[in-house]
Design a protein. Structure first.
Length: 313
């Protein structure tokens, strides 16, 4: 059932013993909104933990909070549009048990018992910041750091088209509460591990162009992970690289999974709709940033993607 923000706040006030779940291959928004909500609930005297599908990427470990010991009663999903995005283990455990979903993806599948979805929000963390205010919680620097991280990362440091005047206002308020914007942005956007740097070099060398340079595709294989010493947890930033090339309207990163299948991250410039492209292949997301799974060989995956992209262009 779809609810409004006041209903979501009332739900959080009425329940306790929260498990907050994040999506697989976690980014700054799912983690920032998850840990921010966790600390907010704890400040109300409630018990809450964040459960991740895998180990946190190194640059996000500062967001983590110590686990509490309690019997789980209420499950909340943040920044998760579909149960398939939870990862297999989390999907098996929580796929049919989510009581409340807080999300900003217009393509949300409404898998939770209650869903608050604001597709106009730049990040799930933006929604959580509004919830904190509705809950009457006193914002502090710890909560603000986490929510600012979510907003900053999902907006590409406030560069993407999803940014609104409200996004800037909320970010400014979080800075007023003590969010260390400069430190967070350096860690998120100006710091690379050596293993990631090697992987990025390999990824750029794989770049190929189609449709008179309007589409650029990067491929990341398991062999590249092995040779670089990097991992899937580090490769989030690579998805933005193909779209940065002059003249490119559709940037695609195809990543090989451990099971031999592939996942595509699609980034577009207007007027091309990334969500429309990915929805034709069983995926979805935002207008300029979406993804889909491709259970095919690499050649087949590219062929299917290029067919849909060609139609969009």
């Amino acid at each position: 059932m779809i609810i409004n923000l006041n209903d979501a706040a009332s739900f959080l006030k009425e329940h306790d013993n929260y498990t907050i779940i994040t999506h697989a291959h976690p980014d700054g928004d799912t983690l920032g909104s998850g840990f921010g909500l966790c600390l907010a609930l704890r400040s109300m005297g409630k018990k809450a933990n964040v459960i991740n599908n895998e180990e946190l990427p190194a640059k996000f470990r500062f967001l983590d909070v110590e686990k509490q010991d309690f019997e789980e009663q209420t499950v909340v999903a943040v920044d998760i549009a579909d149960v398939t995005l939870m990862g297999e283990d989390m999907k098996a455990r929580y796929g049919e048990r989510v009581d409340l979903c807080i999300d900003h993806h217009g393509a949300n599948r409404l898998f939770a018992k209650l869903s608050y979805v604001d597709s106009g929000a730049a990040a799930a963390a933006e929604i959580v910041a509004e919830l904190v205010e509705l809950l009457g919680i006193e914002m502090n620097a710890d909560i603000a750091d986490r929510l600012f991280t979510g907003i900053s990362t999902d907006t590409g440091c406030f560069r993407y088209a999803n940014v609104t005047p409200k996004t800037h206002l909320i970010a400014a308020q979080l800075m007023g509460y003590g969010a260390n914007a400069a430190k967070i942005n350096v860690a998120m956007f100006e710091t690379k591990s050596k293993t990631y740097a090697v992987l990025e070099k390999m990824a750029l060398e794989s770049m190929e162009f189609h449709f008179d340079g309007r589409c650029a595709i990067i491929t990341i294989t398991q062999d590249m992970f092995d040779k670089s010493g990097s991992s899937e947890n580090e490769c989030e930033g690579i998805a933005a690289l193909p779209r940065q090339v002059e003249g490119v309207k559709v940037g695609v990163t195809i990543r090989e999974r451990r099971n031999g299948e592939y996942k595509a991250s699609v980034r577009t410039h207007d007027p091309v709709d990334a969500s429309a492209i990915c929805s034709k292949l069983g995926g979805g997301g935002h207008r300029n940033a979406s993804g889909c799974s491709l259970p095919f060989t690499l050649e087949e995956a590219k062929s299917k993607l290029l067919k849909v992209i060609g139609e969009a262009l």
